[in-house]
Design a protein around this ligand. Structure first.
Ligand code: SAH
Ligand code: SF4
Length: 421
């Protein structure tokens, strides 16, 4: 989402005549597009701001610094007060102000705009993407789910969807520019709603665009995953990829309830079964949180048990991080930090085992690979991705980026697949 937003911001800056440079030492303007989802993300920005401050003081005194995105929205005035060298603070709905700010009197005025809009969709702007394989396209903004641990509904505001015409237009333009894969983005991508239908209708329209080799999306919410979306996966494979990233968060119903996730593990499991029976090759990945307030050893064991039941292809796993202002932040953080670490590490070990076993099961099987680039380790090898979103390394013979090739998997190590001659 932030990559896409940065491309929108870059487009606004380019319209203004600014060009991208490769280092802050050479920059007139440095914008940090930020995330607040966990405390660690915010800490990284504080560190980066400190480094930029040194560059400003030593080598680039006229550099203008702005903080934009969720952390700007979240910390607002306190950022401006504590960091006098920041010139402007803009929340996720205020990027259209950037050109105006840059032409105004920069030295005397500092600007803060964290007004959340119920309408801003950045329609009509074509993101300044770097050439590549995949184009991100945001189809909705904001979130109304209010999971109790999550800051997103507060930093990104109310959920709203773009029109399907605008999305289709952007997709066609991206394909004309040479992108062969599209990934649709939304905090709840599958609660998309427009006058011409819901998420499944949108997927169906996009899947039929000529020149598009692969269509992906992230992240859907289990509550909004319906039969129509699953049917589009089945009917439009291989354009619609056989991968769904379906965040589970916890395998304990009492924790899911306390998180306000609005589904039970039984419902989630039945969804997984439905998806796999429609598309047997489907890879399912997830997000997990350990150490939510009140998570007992039993809740945690139930979560690992659920991971055994589902056997995810991969997972992003996090320690619960209290976010001030959210409902969960007022609950007592009952799980001590060292227990969170132990739980997280054990969960990662279990997931690594599942990932490897799933990947080893592909040895001897033929898979379709979208070629991406030269391998970083060996110029005689290239890397690409399966439709299931797994990385494969293969010989660089007679292939070029954006080719779709079919190869037999010969080995699996860690998260990577190999196809040797
Ligand atoms: N809208 C998406 C993703 C939101 S943020 C969704 O609902 O799935 C990405 C992930 O960060 C979440 O899925 C969750 O696992 C994690 N996350 C969000 N808030 C968190 C918090 N306070 N502490 C730890 N992890 C968090
Ligand atoms: Fe956050 Fe929940 Fe919305 Fe995802 S669905 S962005 S986790 S509130």
């Amino acid at each position: 989402m932030n990559v896409y937003d940065s491309e929108i911001i870059a487009a606004l800056l380019q319209e203004k005549g600014l060009e991208e440079v490769t280092s802050p030492e050479k920059a007139d303007v440095v914008l940090l597009n930020t995330c607040s989802v966990r405390e660690l993300a915010e800490q990284k920005i504080h560190t980066r701001l400190g480094q930029l401050r040194i560059i400003q003081e030593t080598t680039n005194p006229t550099m203008i610094m702005g903080v934009v995105g969720c952390m700007a929205q979240n910390l607002k005035k306190s950022l401006l007060q504590k960091k006098p060298y920041i010139t402007f603070i803009l929340g996720p709905d205020s990027y259209r102000n950037i050109p105006k700010i840059l032409t105004s009197n920069r030295t005397s005025s500092r600007v803060i705009d964290t007004h959340l809009s119920s309408m801003e969709l950045y329609d009509g702007l074509f993101p300044a993407r770097h050439e590549g394989i995949n184009a991100w396209i945001s189809i909705s903004r904001g979130c109304d789910k209010f999971c109790t641990y999550c800051i997103v509904p507060y930093t990104r505001g109310r959920e709203r969807s773009r029109s399907s015409e605008s999305i289709l237009q952007e997709a066609k333009r991206a394909i004309d520019k040479g992108f062969v894969e599209i990934t649709l983005l939304g905090q709840n991508v599958n609660s998309y709603r427009s006058s011409s239908g819901g998420f499944s209708e949108l997927l169906l329209q996009l899947a039929q665009l000529s020149g598009l080799k692969r269509l992906r999306y992230t992240s859907p919410h289990p509550q909004d995953m319906n039969d129509d979306v699953i049917a589009v996966h089945k009917d439009y494979y291989p354009v619609v990829c056989d991968h769904i990233h379906l965040p589970l968060q916890s395998g304990s119903n009492s924790i899911l309830k306390a998180m306000n996730r609005t589904y039970t593990w039984e419902h989630y499991l039945s969804l997984v079964e439905k998806i796999r029976s429609a598309v047997p090759t489907m890879s399912i990945t997830t997000d997990m949180i350990v150490g939510f307030p009140g998570e007992t050893e039993k809740d945690y064991e139930d979560t690992l048990d659920m991971m055994e039941k589902v056997r995810f292809d991969a997972a992003f796993m996090f320690k619960y991080s209290p976010r001030p202002g959210t409902k969960a932040a007022i609950l007592v953080d009952t799980v001590p930090e060292d227990v969170k670490s132990v739980r997280l590490n054990r969960m990662i070990r279990l997931q690594n085992k599942h990932t490897l076993e799933k990947n080893q099961a592909l040895i001897g099987k033929k898979v379709e690979i979208l070629v991406e680039k030269e391998s970083t380790k060996n110029p005689y090898e290239m890397m690409g991705r399966t439709s299931t979103n797994k990385i494969v390394i293969f010989p660089a013979l007679k292939v070029k980026p954006k080719d779709l090739i079919t190869r037999t998997i010969t080995d699996a190590q860690g998260v990577t697949l190999f196809s040797k001659p």
